[in-house]
Design a protein around this ligand. Sequence first.
Ligand code: SF4
Length: 327
Amino acid sequence: MKTVRITQIDGALPNVALMRLAHWHKARGDRVNITRHIERDLFEPDGYDVVYGSCIFSFSAGRLDRFMKQWPNAIVGGTGTGSGATIEQLIGDYHFYDYEGYDDFTASIGFTQRGCRMKCKFCVVPQKEGKNRSVGTIADIWRGDPYPKHIHLLDNDFFGQPNYSDVVDEIREGDFKVCFSQGINTRLITDDAAAALATIKYSDTKFSRRRLYTAWDNLKDEKVFFTGVERLAKAGIPPTNLMAYMLIGFDPLENWDRIWHRFKKMVALGIDPYPMVYNEKRVDLKCFQRWVITRTYKRTPWDEYRRETKSEESTAAYMRTKELEPA
Ligand code: SF4
């Protein structure tokens, strides 16, 4: 029997790679400590046979450093580490999940597909997951009674899988609510896919309201993005049900006029924008992000927000608490 420490360094959602790892070790009779603490706490064993850490955000670099100092022999992975290690290298395609440590999370989480049809320059999915393929059903993911029929899908390109209509049928016939938190690809949505989507209960991450997540990351995609938005609307999914991630700080041609154009166009249509800052050290963009996602833009104009709330200073202070020095 091995003694194993599994550490989730960041991320609010359950970490499915670590959940698989925990299940795999427990199935072998190992003693597993699942924790979000970086430093060893008082009641932990003196030594572990294996320590794992997962870090998914680059802005957690400070936490990752502290973790590596505390556990220098740890095996780390995740998109925030720069490590190319994958969970499959450790445990193959073992796909059972252990939910210990996530008591407040009552939904069931997983994938019906992996991979993506697109190749966005800033994204690791095509390189890590390859071509789009189906990997499971809703029945594989749902934990069964007494858990609610809430499925949190981590699929990056749900409608790219060849048999998406079978999965949609399974969702509808089983009366599941599904959250597509990674977003559906509006640029590639077809009339058939939009119509299928409109027949199911799509939801936000809290399973409390109708919400679809999508993305408009680059100004040059304006036409194709809004063609997809129109297709969704025609099928019965209004723009007000959409939250669109908008990547900022990546495109070398980007300037504030271009950012405002995307932001204002979405707001005018009723789409909820969610800026994602590529360079986490850009205080001005982090400040804009905060102004948008707290919906402060609905009551306080941007100039006033920056001037009167000293928001950049407070954003910078907040970043320091996250161990991230502003540029
Ligand atoms: S569409 Fe999404 S998942 Fe696919 S490559 Fe682009 S950002 Fe990545």
